[in-house]
Write a protein that binds this ligand. Structure first.
Ligand SMILES: [Zn+2]
Length: 450
């Protein structure tokens, strides 16, 4: 019989003096124990473990492998509000780790990596917290992967996730970090959407993994970035509508995993419309607001609210709104000002000055953030971008631009070494590496909108 190591905190519960001890127990006993020990804790603290308000759906036919071995979890894997949740104690035991517990804090540990996750009964903190499903402690798969130095490779159409060790970062002298006194520039990653359900889409499993690598690259260089998220992907001609709030699937869970990943690397999420299209156009091609939109002012407002609802369902802070192709009427701006603190385009009140405009609306400060350097139009457009950045710098405009991360996919390669290490290489000739080098050479770095 397999043995597991489990930190028992009965002594801790009895005395509340933060003292923990080891016991080695059998697997059957361990499940009973977990439940008994939770109840003891409830009584001790008078704390009721409230039923979670999350939308819990069994992730059927999802299989997780660790270093190519099936984990064969006895407890089910679930989607909780679309995120993958795994049974913490069993999962950690299967991958050869441990879980420590003191009071309400669980500490999963694998090798030298560990982190703390608490039960605080607040679903808004779903990413960081553990939750209880049928008396079993569950944790977000993202947390027990990323925070333990592991890498997940999804094969969403076959219901498979492979977990590997992530390549260890060598101390790389050539990585230039942000200078302390550098001036702020602004970077937005454009048209991020769950379009992998469409064979024409870019963010399939491979695209999402490369997007995560872009997040690592920016984080290593201490560059802050904004993520223009189109929450619902739509391709009417193919009858495709992918709303991740309506459909819990492994692909959508991977998309949310990727947003979690980017946020943990300093990415700031904003809403780039609701579907970024109308009529027969597909998402990211069409407009949605503005003069030619078929929607009434009320319908436009409803679309902003619907987008906010999705962000709220996934517990993401929304840091800006961006109109698709900047198409907006005067009334559209007024409506957006009701809901968002940052509207990511040139202020309609100071046309063409290429500066951040701060206005007051009912006691709230609203910022309009322009992108005078525009965007990289295609794979050959980097040198034009560099010229525009230099022009912005010369004119003392904001250095502000956006990039479609898909342009860099050809500069990123990924692979697994042996049976266990996921490695990647990002060419320094990629679009973002070239732009970052340029911006830093001008004593700027990409930063938060101040
Ligand atoms: Zn767009």
């Amino acid at each position: 019989m397999k043995k597991i190591i489990f930190f028992l905190v009965v002594i801790n519960l009895m005395t509340s003096i933060g003292f923990v001890t080891y016991l080695i127990i059998s697997e059957e006993r361990y499940e009973k124990l977990e439940s008994a020990y939770r109840k003891a804790e409830e009584e001790q603290k008078g704390l009721m473990y409230a039923k979670t308000n999350l939308n819990i759906i069994e992730a059927e036919n999802v299989e997780i492998r660790f270093l190519n071995d099936k984990l064969n979890l006895k407890n089910k894997i679930y989607f909780a509000n679309g995120r993958i949740f795994v049974p913490l104690l069993e999962y950690m035991e299967r991958i050869g780790g441990k879980v420590y517990k003191v009071d309400d804090v669980y500490r999963p540990e694998l090798g030298e990596e560990s982190f703390d996750a608490a039960y605080i009964g607040n679903d808004d903190k779903i990413r960081q917290n553990v939750i209880y499903i049928d008396d079993v402690v569950y944790i977000s798969f993202f947390e027990v992967t990323d925070r333990l130095g592991l890498s997940a490779v999804f094969d969403s159409s076959h219901g498979k996730i492979d977990v590997f060790y992530k390549q260890k970062k060598l101390p790389d002298e050539s990585v230039i970090k942000k200078k302390v006194d550098s001036k702020a520039a602004y970077l937005r990653l454009e048209d991020i959407m769950a379009d992998g359900v469409d064979p024409e889409g870019s963010y399939n499993d491979e695209g999402l993994e490369k997007l995560r690598i872009i997040g690592d690259y920016l984080f290593d260089r201490e560059q802050v970035f904004y993520i223009a998220w189109i929450p619902v992907y739509c391709n009417p001609k193919k009858d495709i509508l992918n709303d991740p709030m309506e459909t819990s699937s492994l692909y959508n869970a991977e998309f949310i995993y990727t947003l979690d990943y980017l946020v943990s690397r300093g990415g700031k999420i904003g809403l780039h419309g609701y579907t970024h299209q109308y009529g027969e156009e597909k998402s990211a091609d069409g407009f949605e607001f503005g003069e030619n939109s078929p929607y009434t002012d009320e319908q436009k407002e409803e679309r902003m609210i619907a987008a906010l609802k999705i962000a709220n369902y996934f517990k993401f802070n929304v840091e800006f709104f961006e109109f698709p192709h900047y198409g907006a009427t005067e009334q559209d701006f007024k409506t957006a000002e009701k809901y968002f603190d940052v509207i990511y385009q040139q202020s309609p009140y100071t046309m063409g000055n290429n500066k951040i405009d701060k206005i007051s609306r009912g006691g709230r400060l609203i910022k309009y953030v322009p992108t005078p350097a525009d965007y990289v139009h295609n794979r050959y457009g980097v040198s034009d971008m560099i010229e525009r950045i230099e022009m912005s710098n010369k004119n003392e405009d904001e250095i502000s631009l956006f990039v479609h991360p898909i342009l860099d996919f050809e500069y990123i390669s990924v692979g697994t070494v042996g049976t266990g290490i996921r490695e990647y290489h990002y060419s320094p000739f990629g679009v973002l590496p070239t732009i970052i080098d340029e911006v830093m050479s001008l004593d700027h770095s990409f930063n938060e909108i101040g």
